[in-house]
Write a protein that binds this ligand. Sequence first.
Ligand code: C2O
Ligand code: CU
Length: 487
Amino acid sequence: MAKPIPASSPGTRFGDVTRRRVALGASGAAAALAVPGWPARPVAPVVHATAAAPASAQLLAKPGSPKTQVWAYGGRVPGPVVRARQGERLRIELANGLPQETTIHCHGLRLPNAMDGVPGLTQAPVAKGGRFVYEFDLPDAGMFWYHPHIYATEQVERGLSGVIIVDEPQPLEIDRELVWLADDWRIGDDGALSADFNHPHDVSHGGRIGNLVTVNGAEVESIAVKGGERIRLRLVNAANARVFGLHFGGLAPRVIALDGQPVTPFAPAGERVVFGPGQRVDLILDVPARPGERFVVRDAYYRRFAYDFVTFVVEPGKALRDKPLDTSVALQPNPLAEPDLANATVQDVLIEGGAMGGLAEATFKGEKVPLRRLFREHGKAWTLNGIASASMAEAPMFRLALGKSYRWRIRNDTVWDHPMHLHGHAFRVLSRGGKPVAGRPWADTVLLHADESAEIAFVADNPGKWLFHCHVLEHHHGGMGAVVEVI
Ligand code: C2O
Ligand code: CU
């Protein structure tokens, strides 16, 4: 379990997550929350992702509250939902209107290395005023997301992120789909974003945790639903550092996909759904046929700072149906190569560093440096297998043989949460905290709590140089990343 974030964290004011409310259904936010079905197409539509600054967004929902200066894709926070069908070819045209370089990384998509959007590794950064076209096939259905992969601590925090949905050929029988990009912001009462990006305290502790939580770029209090309605709720955590741990308060959610990859539907223990930065969860909610009833979804991940995330209000009057639908909510698996566990090469990844971690020294640019000095002089606080990453250009942590199976034993020897993300692949999560994980779900990001270990397995079937890093963006900035080469 995560340690509560110390109240001394600069500007964090963790305890007073602002919840100025707006009733969903009466505001523009409502339209953004419901995504209509996408018509069938042989080729996916071209997406123009113009990254622009400044733009402004009404993050604070109180009438008359100031707008916040943000950076935005297509003038919106979050960016437009990119939607295509499994097997289609996707084309995203980036035009950089930011005051600095950028790239787009499509998180979780298994795409060719050159399309991965990692500057210095898979492409040159896209200059101010520059353009870049990302184009690739979509082998997997599911929920993914896109965000910049340079100066990410600032660019993602300022609002650059958006959802990618790849539709299954066989749609599930549902009444409504909700797509929620959850984010947080560190913001003042004047609505301005605090500009203390990469603050040393955030880098060495739990990352930049904000004091305003939004869903699709706006504060949300409640959402009207119908009794008996079946909802597919798709969640993504686009926050720099905040982990969400939602308690569904009687709505009995069923998880049908993690990180976009189908799982055998299951009811999470205690109706609790935890997702760290970068992670996605697809849920089925069969709303009880109890008109007028309210179901409060509460985020109690940081127990001392629990708050109401959203309230589902069942409309009065006749329910849509008396009994929940009994059709299957199981999704077809994606075409992923099954790792050969018996013959897989076992590799260890040790995560060390951070505040209260006791790591004395780290290797940085090939030299052993005392951690204190490394932090003071270079802002690095974290290591993977003893190395604090300096740039993308360094030697790979591992070289993997194309087509071979690997088992990674990842150990978090720190007192902080780390959502560890591998590019270009999906892996099975075999165990966490020494216990087998039921169903060995596929994922691209695995959340390691303080002092926790996890074992993952995958086939290295996508050639190229791929990043493996912590998705707490300040931790990645602080050295917690490595390159893995598949050849
Ligand atoms: Cu969501 Cu390396 O990224
Ligand atoms: Cu981390």
